[in-house]
Ligand binder design. Structure first.
Ligand code: PEP
Ligand code: MN
Length: 264
């Protein structure tokens, strides 16, 4: 169902009023890795909106490597994001980790993110295939493009064809960066499928100083959007501070992206 051969036109996915795909405006989802409080969510949402973001991202259910790390504010975090949406008008994107939270996400969230670690959680993919919300499917840490497309098929086969793919870097032998951004995935996804593909330069690099150049490279490569982590105090962020841009740095990076992309 994702195959370009059977569906030559680009799919355009309506994400709570913001359209992603089809060479329309490049969609930028930005916000903190983790939601920490209502005030934090609101302040960052207003900051990224001023910089040109069109969707607000934030994690409330966090897939952390260590069980002793902060696991997310859960429902409270989702409700904080809802407040930020009410204040800014931006649709909200958040990660779903388990089937039992589907009713909550159906009620409150505009775009359901499936994280890299769950890209091949086939039971979860089948369950979101029955949802009535767009799904942002991130590429697994060690998955091929073919496997990633098959995971999109799992969702689409269930009846939910509103799938957006997100390249977020893959594991290689390189240790300087957190992951290796595979930008060639963008034209390959456009060739093989009709689905929109966005790029997450934050998790791909793990380093704030590399985020801006990779944002620019992603839009130049034809990405339909970006997902960027932003925090006003990266050093004290509850997760992923090293890769967070400040709202000012985000706005500057967006200005540079506008010089290479006509529609951001
Ligand atoms: C995230 O977007 O916060 C996240 C955990 O990303 P990934 O699944 O790509 O690691
Ligand atoms: Mn993160």
């Amino acid at each position: 169902r994702a195959n370009r051969l059977f569906h030559p036109a680009d799919s355009v996915i309506d994400c709570g009023g913001v359209k992603i795909g089809g060479k329309e405006k490049i969609a930028v989802m930005a916000g903190p890795c983790s939601i920490e409080s209502e005030e934090q969510a609101l302040r960052i949402a207003q900051g990224v909106k001023a910089g040109g973001a069109t969707l607000f991202r934030g994690g409330a259910y966090k897939p952390r490597t260590s069980p002793y790390s902060f696991q997310g504010l859960e429902t409270e975090g989702i409700l904080d994001m809802v407040k930020a949406r009410e204040a800014t008008g931006m649709p909200i994107v958040s990660e779903l980790m388990s089937e039992e939270r589907i009713p909550e996400f159906e009620e409150y969230v505009d775009v359901v993110q499936i994280g890299a670690r769950n890209m091949q959680n086939f039971q979860l993919l089948k369950a979101v295939g029955k949802m009535h919300k767009p799904v942002l499917l991130k590429r697994g840490l060690c998955n091929t493009i073919e496997e990633w497309i098959m995971s999109a098929e799992y969702i689409m086969a269930g009846g939910n064809e509103q799938v957006i793919l997100c390249e977020r870097g893959i594991r290689t032998f390189e240790k300087y960066t957190r992951n290796t951004l595979d930008l060639s995935a963008v034209p390959i996804i456009h060739e093989k499928t009709h689905l929109p593909v966005i790029v997450d330069p934050s998790h791909a690099t793990g380093k704030a100083n590399l985020v801006e150049p990779m944002m620019i490279a992603a839009v130049a490569a034809g990405a339909d959007g970006l997902e960027v982590e932003v925090h006003y105090d990266p050093r004290h962020a509850w997760s992923d501070g090293a890769q967070c841009l400040t709202p000012d740095a985000f706005a500057q990076a967006m200005a540079k992206c506008r010089q290479v992309a006509w529609a951001i």
